[in-house]
Design a protein around this ligand. Sequence first.
Ligand SMILES: C[S@@+](CC[C@H](N)C(=O)[O-])C[C@H]1O[C@@H](n2cnc3c(N)ncnc32)[C@H](O)[C@@H]1O
Length: 251
Amino acid sequence: MDRKISFIGVGPGDPDLLTIKALKKIESADVIIWTDSLIPEKIINYSQEGAERIKTGSLTLEKITSIMIEKFNSGKTVIRLQDGDPCLFGALREQIEILKQNKIGTEVIPGVSAFQIAAAYQEAELTIPDITQTIILTRAGGRTGMPEKESLKDLAKHNSSLCLYLSARHIKSSQETLLEFYPPETKVIVGYRVSWDDGWTSLIELKDMEKFTLEKKLIRTTIYIISPAISNSSHRSNLYNPLYKHLFRTK
Ligand SMILES: C[S@@+](CC[C@H](N)C(=O)[O-])C[C@H]1O[C@@H](n2cnc3c(N)ncnc32)[C@H](O)[C@@H]1O
């Protein structure tokens, strides 16, 4: 069997949202390297007795990857847990590159991302025919900055469902920019540590996004979904419309 290091998306927090594949890997790993700032201990508790659990909160990329390499080369089964889905804001590529340079194989197992759980908690559909069929996953600039062509202004012009990760600290400027393109009453799902024991979501309006953020003292682990698709008006899709025939419903 080919040995490799698995990068595992463990979802937004609730262990019930782990995939079966992720759970099996956690249960059988010798070494678990995990983002302690964004993954609850409950998930790590599925690991076997004696498994080594290494927190990455205070470590650098070099340190994290050198630990992975050392443990892997000593014959251990090593897994790297990432919150949500690893393909989003998870510094995935740089870790994989270093492992590949060291001739270590890798695999990625997807997980439920923060925007999905926040939408699910509000029972929201983010793509409604004739309103928007597009979801943008992005962040406000901040220290990491944004590619120029992806400024919030440019993205907001589409008036699509827009999910803001990592943005609570920049909510004042984000709200100002978004109000140039979305009506003030546009619905916004705000989710804090959604699916953790103390997590919640709330449905507010765009014009109140900054005020709400300050009142709730939101700084970390917060997602915003700004969406014209969330409203009380009734729209129906073609999918289940009796007048609309398709491959699986020909009559
Ligand atoms: C470093 S990014 C990683 C995103 C992750 N890979 C994902 O797919 O959700 C961390 C950001 O994701 C969002 N996030 C992650 N988990 C969350 C949760 N349970 N509730 C609300 N936001 C969450 C927040 O915006 C947080 O600042």
